[in-house]
Design a protein around this ligand. Sequence first.
Ligand SMILES: [Zn+2]
Length: 119
Amino acid sequence: MHELGLLQSVVRAVDAAAAKAGAGSVERVGVRVGALSGAVPQALRGAWPIATAGTRLAGAALEIEELGAAVWCDVCGSEQPVDQFYALRCPACAAPCGNLIRGREFALAFAEVPDQLPD
Ligand SMILES: [Zn+2]
């Protein structure tokens, strides 16, 4: 599963950061997912418990921020939103356009650890 691999790299990074910060657990994790990243939000949610099992992230909530994709069209001189059926043409003027400026992201947006009292 493609989504599991993507999540595992995020989980490893957050788990390591939590360990460094002395946090025993992580409460919430947010990821940014571009419309053309190839990751399906529903599959990410399904893979989340598997990716986090046995880590500080076990039981953490996953928040997915979906980002729309867009191209820059030189003919229109502007940014144009595209969807997953985008076929290398500007949706506004139909000029050939391969200038994807947004939509392939898969990135960690934030991670929150519970408030802890000093020992
Ligand atoms: Zn155009």
